[in-house]
Design a binder for this molecule. Structure first.
Ligand code: C2E
Ligand code: MG
Ligand code: MG
Length: 398
């Protein structure tokens, strides 16, 4: 049997040494060289010595997973994490949320006893962040993302938004990708935190705006859409000149009325007054504004009340029925949609993956949906085909 090439470094943190060793053995088969930390002293010694992935048990003897996260945040900010727990799923999903809000790249979460295939799939997925280049050298996601940004190597994929009543595709969201072999499929959710931490989010925004305007000029299927949205980081909102800049770039693709700016609320806005000034000027210039990922970030209600949004995008967690069952999901979704309707916002539900989720959304009623059921994000040259495919499927009887 040939030895696997150990190209990635894993830290297993589990107070049960036998389990930790076993996890290390499984990881070996996936090309990980493993360190094991079972006590607080070992964790302190090993955390931050350049691991590509940390497998973290939440229930530890003399400390716990959340305390370890605080330590890791200082020593290895943004490292990839897989969470493990014997506690129930609600604890696991809360811990996952803490990890995401702390800027870690959460690859996944597993309940104990661990399903080996599930864990193996997560090991494979985590390796996307660390890829060998043509010369065989290991490249880390943070380095790749920053270099790509310098070289302007990013492109946009477009995901359709469907009007719920007519079932017609009326808009699209532009989602950024790295144009670097081996890294095209890595979610921007995994690398944008590095860009933001390096203070380069404005460079990303400039590239995205340019590409979006070009794509809309060059591809008729996008040019004809009522609206295309681009994502902005709240960190960008501290520049009072931003509205004029965005207008000058995006107007080359379509009028401001046909662009939506989606603001994610995952990071804290520095200056509320500046952000409010910038957002209000966007509206005065004619742009549409959407609050993205409603229900998952910080100070959601306050921002919804204060900022001049036109649209509310409800995060996909609200349509998934894996936690609490369908009644629970329906109640949460209905409450979120009702809030948007009461505030006279266009309400879009994101992440609709299945026909049953679409039925749920239909029951609750909202304005538009977006999700894999309609189409995955596609390259601009394939958007017309994605529209045709959806039109064919939606007119077929179920
Ligand atoms: P977002 O703006 O909420 O975008 C929706 C994300 O959900 C996209 O992930 C999309 O691929 C994914 N998605 C759509 N439908 C489904 C579905 O049915 N099921 C599942 N599981 N996922 C679905 P993506 O492209 O990986 O982007 C992740 C996040 O990265 C975005 O979340 C957005 O916050 C950020 N992002 C993307 N592009 C940009 C950008 O150009 N600039 C900035 N600042 N952030 C961006
Ligand atoms: Mg978005
Ligand atoms: Mg979203």
């Amino acid at each position: 049997m040939t030895e696997p090439a150990l190209s990635h470094r894993l830290l297993v943190i589990d107070d049960d040494e036998a389990v930790a060793e076993l996890l290390g053995d499984i990881a070996y088969g996936y090309g990980f060289q493993t360190d094991v930390a079972s006590t607080a002293a070992q964790i302190d010694e090993l955390a931050g010595v350049g691991h590509d992935l940390v497998l973290l048990d939440l229930t530890l003897g003399d400390t716990d997973g959340l305390q370890v996260m605080r330590l890791l945040r200082k020593r290895q900010p943004g490292v990839a994490l897989i969470l493990l727990t014997g506690a129930d799923r609600t604890v696991l999903s809360s811990a996952q949320r803490v990890a995401e809000l702390s800027g870690f790249r959460v690859v996944g979460a597993c309940s104990k006893p661990v399903d080996i295939d599930e864990l193996g799939a997560l090991f494979e997925e985590s390796k996307q962040a660390v890829v060998k280049d043509d010369t065989g050298a290991i490249r880390r996601l943070s380095d790749v993302a920053l270099a790509a940004l310098d070289a302007g190597q990013v492109h946009l994929l477009y995901q359709p938004k469907v009007d719920l009543e007519s079932r017609i595709i009326t808009g699209a969201e532009a989602l950024v990708r790295l144009s670097v072999p081996g890294f095209e499929t890595v979610s921007p959710g995994a690398w944008i935190p590095f860009i933001e931490a390096a203070g380069r989010s404005r460079r990303l925004l400039d590239l995205v705006l340019q590409r979006a305007a070009e794509d809309r000029r060059n591809f008729p299927a996008l040019a004809e859409l009522g609206e295309v949205s681009v994502n902005l980081s709240v960190l960008d909102l501290d520049d009072l000149e931003l509205p004029d800049h965005i207008k000058s770039v995006l107007s080359g693709g379509a009028d401001p009325q046909r662009w939506t700016l989606e603001i994610t609320e995952s990071a804290e806005t520095g200056q509320l007054a500046d952000a409010l000034d910038v957002l209000t000027r966007f509206r005065l210039l004619g742009f549409r504004l959407a609050m993205d990922d409603f229900g998952t970030g910080t100070s959601t209600f306050e921002r919804l009340r204060v900022y001049p949004f036109n649209e509310l995008k409800i995060n996909r967690l609200f349509v998934h029925t894996d936690r609490g069952g369908v009644d629970h999901t329906r109640a949460m979704l209905r409450a979120a949609v009702d809030l948007g309707v009461a505030l006279e916002l266009k309400v879009v539900v994101e992440g609709v993956e299945s026909a049953s989720e679409l039925t749920l959304v239909d029951e609750v009623g909202c304005d538009a949906v977006q999700g894999y059921l309609v189409s995955r994000p596609v390259a601009p040259e394939h958007f017309g085909q994605a529209q045709l495919d959806w039109d064919r499927r939606r007119s077929q009887p179920v």
